[in-house]
Design a protein around this ligand. Sequence first.
Ligand code: MRU
Length: 363
Amino acid sequence: MNIDGIPTRTLRADPERRVIDIIDQTRLPLALHWVRVGSLEAAAHAIRSMQVRGAPLIGATAAYGLAITLANDASDARLEEAVTVLGATRPTAVNLHWALARMRRLLTPLAPARRADVAWTEAAAIAEEDVAQNAAIGQHGLGLLCRLTPRHDGVLNVMTHCNAGWLATVDHGTALSPLYAAHDKGLPVHAWVSETRPRNQGLLTAWELAQHGVPHTVIADNAAGILLRAGRVDAVIVGADRIAANGDVANKVGTYLKALACTDNNIPFYVAAPRSTLDFACPDGAAIPIEERDGDELREVHGVDPRGVPATLRQLTPGEAVANPAFDVTPARLVSALITERGICPASRDDLLALYPEPILHD
Ligand code: MRU
């Protein structure tokens, strides 16, 4: 996707120095700041603190984090330590565990002297596959969008939640990839971008859509229902952090409410995700671990003051009881279709197995 008109990926790998540069997403949309990651600790911090976020980008960063670690010490003990440290950073997005398991399976049988180079090559392969898969998701999703008849003003209105765009992946995005494909093809599209309290990932979505020139409007999360009911939305497309074997979908908290409102108003609700998000070992949504995040994400708001200086404001007393589940589960029956790199399929065990007959391993 473009930043200031220049095609840019979210992750820049330097094979000579064995480091990567990432965008510090905690500073967006107010500042674009690249951060160098050159150690296991820095990679774990980047994922845990959400400098990088979004299921596919977390997976690619973890793979590079392992490769960076092994460049200095590729012993069995360090390999296991790095897998454990990186695997403990965030629980819900299964792409993290998929990427680490893929790296570990490949690297463990090798002599330590060979591991660093092979790890770097494999991390690069994971990143490249992410780009190709998301591009394919875009084309399949574009086919779906082209079949919709706009309900309002001849413009295709697509609502999304959280950020499942370019920033959540190495390139293209998942849920936003069909939108970018439609926009690049010259179709009139407009995105409704829900703010996504409390971390406000919707503001990242608005930023990247603006960078690429896609028309969009930010809404408070609670405004989704009235727009869906008023015929102002032709489809909702969201990403996923984990899709269970039966097609249940874990995604950013608030996704389930949009799916319910879509069902009530007969509006298609699509989930876009690559194979690394599928977890056939997880029988259904009830088995998906849901991350509970720090209550200060609700008690405080972050921004800049009128002089542009970063500031934090407290909106609740420090002792106020809060609950902060970061994800929710949308039952498969509310999902109109999954958009994958292999095509469109109903959210069901049989249809997923037909599309992915080979095993997808996460450990
Ligand atoms: O907590 P985050 O910001 O990492 O969560 C991201 C989301 O929920 C995305 O919508 C999801 O990862 C889909 S990724 C393309």
